[in-house]
Each structure stands twice: as C-alpha cells, then as structure tokens.
Design a binder for this molecule. Structure first.
Ligand code: AMP
Length: 447
C-alpha cells in the first residue's frame, strides 16, 4: 500500500525542531506584550470576500495563490493567506474600536498560499503578525519597526537590514501611477505576460515581479518618493527622524512597494542576503483605508508579519541546535530501587523539573548510555544499597563531580541547584521530600 505523505508544501514540525519554534514564539510574546500588544486568535478559514476585498483583486495572493473553495453549503471560503484582513474583520465585527485600551494586536499561526514550493517558500507557512489600529502618528510607525528590531535581536538574529519606503496616499499614488505606467509603456513589450497585464491594471505591482528582465527595466524607473504630497513627505520625514533617535538603522529603498493593495505611506521589509531568492524575513506597513474598506469606521492601521520558517532557517544557520535536554536522568538498579526512582521522578516533576528514567529493567551501563544521549547535566543513581540507606548518588556531568544526597530531599536539592523552584510543589506527604508540599502524587519508599 502506498504510504501517505503530507500535502506538498506543507511540513511537519518534528519534536527535534519544535524547540526552535517554541523559543521564537516565546520571545515574540515577551517582546510584543512588553510593547502593549494583546493576542488575538481568528479562524484559519474566512469568507473569500474578506480577502478579495481586503487584499485586492489584482494581487498575486488573491489572483493566483489563494486556497479558495466552495464548501458543502455552497459558500465560498478561503484558507487565510495572511491575517491582517482577518484581524481587521474581527476588530470591526466585535466593535473593538469602542474599547480605547485595545489598539494593538498580535497573532501567531499558519497561513496558506498556493505558491511553487522551494527553500523558504511553502504552501502552509507560519507568521508572527502585529497590528495597531487607531494611531496615525509617525511615532507608531517608528515604534513598530523599532520593536521588530528588538525582537530580532532578542531572538538572536543578526545580519538583517530594515528597508523602508513610503507609498504616499491614494492621492499622490494616482499621480505616480500614471507616471510609472508611461515609463513602463515606453520600455516596449518585452515584459513578462503578467507584467504586461500589471502595467495596465496595477503598474506598481511590477516592482514585485521576480522575473529578472522585468526587474532590469525598473532600474531607472521614477521613484514614488519623488511624487508624494507634502503631508506624506512630513509623515515619512518624522518616521525617519524617530528611527534615528531610537538608534534603529534602516535604508530607504524605493523598491519596497509590498504586494498587497491596502498599503499606504510607510512600508518596510526586513531583508537578509543569506536565504537565496526568498530574502524577505518579514515586512509590513501602514494601511489607513483597510478598516473602512471592510465596512468599519475610519480607523488608521499599521502592522507587520514575520515568516517563521525563514526566521528559524536564519537562526539555525547562526546557532547550534537548540538542544532540549532534560534537567536530570535517574538510573536505578534493582526492582526496589526502580520503584523508588519512579516515585522520585514524580516528585521532581512536581517541582517543575524535567526528568527522565528508564522504565524497563536495564543494566546500569545501558541506562548511562541513554542518559548520555538525552544529555542532562545531572544523573542520579539509585541502587538497592542506597535506597536502604535513604540516600542517592548525584553526578554532575558538566563539573564531573559526584556526591551522595539524602533521598528525601533530592528533588528539592535539584530544583535549588538549577534554580527551578516550582512555587507549589505537589507531594502527598509534606515533609517527605523536604519541600513545603501541599498534597499530590507520591513519596520515595525508604524501607
Ligand atoms: P507577506 O504577507 O507576503 O508580506 O509576507 C510576510 C512574510 O511572510 C515574508 O517576509 C516571509 O517571511 C513570509 N512568507 C510569505 N509567504 C511565504 C511562503 N509562501 N512561505 C514561507 N514564508 C512566507
């Protein structure tokens, strides 16, 4: 029988990799919440209309990449290709704009785009997304990019550059659109078929084209920044001034136009030169018209999304494997000792410690081999002699030292040694393991 495989472009995240993901998510939550963002979780499926209205009909994401289908009730729905539109929909639906304390949101989760899979590009991928509603000040534009930089630093990414640009407002873009269209038309008909079409429908989108020939035509194209109105210019200048004051480095890059229709004014991308053609790690921008376009009040917005797969690929290039070793391993020799070890294991877990032991009867040598593989710093050894004396041996594999400890305080000693003192250890008989325990699992037999 043919073995079943995951859908192309959709990947399992296996236990030996998941540590990276947890670390990135933990750091993201820490940083985002420090900046006042609150988590929001929206469905992965939305009405198709949300994306065609929210993202734009003439975008690659909507035209070519969306997983859209008719469900059994005949409703057109889609797997979310990004989450900004979903957050805006939820913000409107639940009238979150009525609560002045709720302006900053974040979401972490899978997105779906039917692109051609390659390294760094998948059909199910994951984003960390941050959105701010209701603040028009250039200060928030600078702050959100500054926060992105702090996050990347905290998570341990170096060697990425922040590229920023302004797309102006719909008014100044109207003027520029015509200028760009003329420029592209003057270049003749050598563009790819997509760009020939984009030139007519949405000329700015030509900047997003991956075809080298089309990109070559764009060298020397008029820059949008030359056509922006005074208000947009003032906004952009203030954003740059604020970034300078915050010490967040950036380069102004007129080619950052972003693939989605709703962007205006500030746009930005975090770019690396270490992931081949998939060089964008994250990006975002301001989208003042989106909430209104989706039927909500006139509320400005700004946000970004970071691609987790690309971020983790970069991290893995830079750092050693995120080894997830347990805190300790207990090796026990003899039936009686094994039961004692099992109860000690539960006590240690009640202290919040991650501890492993061998459940089958195995030689000490084979248990030590397993401990070696798991890689904990501490190994406890419990034999029949030790248990009869109410003692246990503790080996510190890092310091290469060994000592004998009283068995009944071993869990507490370990938690103190590695600074993981659970606030309320759970033991059935307080006093037995040396902790101020409040009821729970078991104690070590010492007969
Ligand atoms: P976008 O919503 O297109 O601006 O994408 C934001 C970020 O999500 C990008 O910078 C990438 O890191 C990531 N991303 C977008 N599409 C994919 C994909 N198909 N596979 C993996 N990551 C992606």
């Amino acid at each position: 029988m043919e073995t079943l495989q995951a859908v192309r472009g959709m990947n399992d995240i296996l236990p030996d990799q998941v540590g990276w993901w947890q670390r990135v998510e933990r750091t993201a939550r820490e940083v985002l919440e420090n900046f006042g963002y609150r988590e929001i979780r929206t469905p992965v499926v939305e009405k198709l209309d949300l994306f065609s209205r929210g993202i734009g009909e003439n975008t690659d994401v909507v035209e070519k990449e969306m997983y859209a289908f008719e469900d059994r009730s005949g409703d057109w729905i889609a797997l979310r290709p990004e989450v900004t539109a979903s957050i805006a929909r939820s913000y409107i639906q639940h009238k979150l704009y009525a609560d002045p304390t709720l302006q900053k949101f974040y979401a972490i989760g899978p997105m779906f785009r039917h692109e051609r899979p390659q390294k760094g590009r998948y059909r199910q991928f994951h984003q960390i997304d941050a959105e701010v509603f209701g603040i028009d000040s250039p200060m928030i534009d600078a702050e959100i990019m500054h926060m992105l930089r702090i996050f990347l630093e905290k998570v341990g990414i170096s060697g990425v550059t922040l590229h920023i640009n302004t797309l102006g407002c719909p008014e100044c873009r109207k003027v520029y659109r015509e200028v760009l269209k003329r420029y592209l038309t003057d270049k003749g008909d050598e563009f790819c078929p997509d760009c020939m079409r984009r030139r007519e429908t949405n000329p700015l989108r030509v900047f997003d084209c991956k075809v080298e020939r089309c990109q070559a035509f764009l060298d020397g194209a008029p820059a949008l920044i030359e056509y922006i109105c005074n208000d947009c210019r003032t906004h952009f200048d203030a954003v740059m001034e604020m970034l300078d004051k915050l010490g967040t480095p950036y380069v102004v890059d007129p080619k950052i136009v972003r693939g989605l229709d709703y962007y205006m004014r500030t746009t930005f991308e975090v770019v690396t030169d270490r992931l081949g053609s998939q060089n964008a790690v994250g990006g975002g921008g301001r989208y003042n018209g989106l909430v209104q376009d989706l039927g909500g009040p006139e509320v400005p917005g700004i946000g970004f999304a970071i691609g987790m797969e690309r971020l983790i690929m970069l991290l893995q290039q830079e750092q050693q494997a995120a080894v997830q070793a347990p805190d300790a391993f207990i090796a026990a020799v003899g039936e009686h000792a094994r039961t004692g070890a099992f109860l000690l294991l539960q006590q240690m877990r009640a202290h919040g410690l991650e501890v492993e032991m061998e459940f089958e009867s195995r030689s000490l040598k084979s248990q030590m081999r397993r401990a070696d593989k798991l890689g904990p710093r501490f190994v406890f050894i419990l034999g029949e002699d030790e248990i009869n004396r109410g003692e246990i041996q503790l080996r510190d594999m890092q310091e290469k030292t060994q000592q004998v400890l009283p068995l009944d305080t071993a869990a507490l000693t370990l938690s103190q040694m590695i600074g993981k003192n659970s606030p309320e250890p759970v033991c059935s008989e307080p006093g037995q393991c040396g902790c101020a325990a409040q009821g729970g699992s078991g104690t070590v037999s010492q007969e």
